[in-house]
Design a protein around this ligand. Sequence first.
Ligand code: FAD
Length: 453
Amino acid sequence: MNKYDILVIGGGPAGITIAKTIQGKQSVAIIRPEDHSMIYCAMPYAIEGLLPIGKTLKKDAIVTDAKATLIRDTVTHINFQEKTVSTEKNEKISYNKLVIATGATPVLPPVPGINLAGIKSFKTEDDLRGILNLVDGGLKKAVVVGAGAIGIELAQAFNEKKIETHLVDMANSILPNMVDYGIVEDTQEALIKSGINLHLKSKVTSLKGHESVEEVLLENGRIIHFDSLDQCSETGAKITNGLVVFAVGMKPVVDLFKDTDLDIQKDGIVVNDKMETNIKDVFAAGDCCQFTSGISGKVISGKLATNAVPMARVLANNFLGQKQTYPGFFNGTATRIGDFYIGGTGFSEKTAEKLYDIETGYAEFTTIFPIMPGAKKIRLKLIADKKTHKILGGQFVSGEPVADKVDKITMAIQYGITLEELVNFSYSAQPYQSFYPANNLIVKAAGEILKKL
Ligand SMILES: Cc1cc2nc3c(=O)[nH]c(=O)nc-3n(C[C@H](O)[C@H](O)[C@H](O)COP(=O)(O)OP(=O)(O)OC[C@H]3O[C@@H](n4cnc5c(N)ncnc54)[C@H](O)[C@@H]3O)c2cc1C
């Protein structure tokens, strides 16, 4: 029986980060069933045809070059007393420390008809290949359920491929967990103008069909209908030329532990800020964990690679003797919609006002000096706590990428910077790289809030 200092279940960003941080200073093995780890964020762009599938697959060398062992297998049982795991291929492996990094899997809501052919989720290489086969085979109509970043990126990919695309969400506006309506308004219009059929305030109530999906029924009475193909299935049922993809959220992959003493709550495995579980020498990191907001300290969802990686890094550094702690989720995210780049961090106004007495401020300038060629609009919304004057959230929309700007606001939130500090923050300016020295987006928005307090 092989034994490792650190045995990691899962080869996603969390598992890989453990191997890359330890760099052979202790023996590490990663167990994962897939042929390839994926660059999930790039998957929509493979559907769009911008990237070949191969570019979305990580090379195994990312693990083996870090002097870790890669085991292609599935863990089927864990014995926490004996400190061993058993696998589908009948291997038994022993560990000193176990890291659970089993990730999360897309939620398929329990609506009638969810098991019909033509209904898919979007996470694995198989999902990607399956959808690409349909696209390459002449798919005519696609319904994407969920207007979060993944749903929108996927819908745009279908639209680019000239497939009739419907994007459905029960929320009032797109990207409901990232930004408020005031920031997303123009972007939403652009999405519609691009040809995507947007159905907001529209929950999917059922899916109808004989073997494959024929109709998507929405709560507001609308029905999205798929045309039949000329041929029928072996049983004589109609086959439709349509696809429904659900991108409505993720749930932790924790079934393996359901009959164990491991503390698991609604959003995953409970860990402390050192990624320790309630079982000695058993740790967890990434999407399989439940964790708290770095702002409110309350449990919040944060199934992002940008959370999984730092969680795993803290854990691996502690294995190497450091004493790091994970600060919690701030959930900075960004996406692109047509010519708009959009991003948010911390709490949206909608979420923040449930927990704090808040004030908001806006600023709008250009990405570079407005007299320079190529200047584009950029707009910021800041949300602050009236009591402490600390920043609770920030949202950007711009004609240029905003991820680094989102990160700047995250830093302000994470390190408790106040409005008074922000209005005095020292920035740089250059005609091709910023607005005039006379003003700065963050300074202006923070000042707007202070004026109202
Ligand atoms: C389409 C898409 C786009 C995304 N875009 C972004 C983005 O732009 N930015 C961002 O920050 N995040 C993004 N995410 C989210 C991000 O991919 C996840 O947060 C991240 O992958 C979580 O990493 P993880 O290592 O915790 O879990 P995962 O990546 O889910 O990896 C879990 C691993 O555990 C393995 N496993 C599970 N059970 C077992 C078992 N019993 N035995 C062995 N192995 C097991 C799995 O097979 C897998 O290898 C996106 C996700 C998707 C699907």
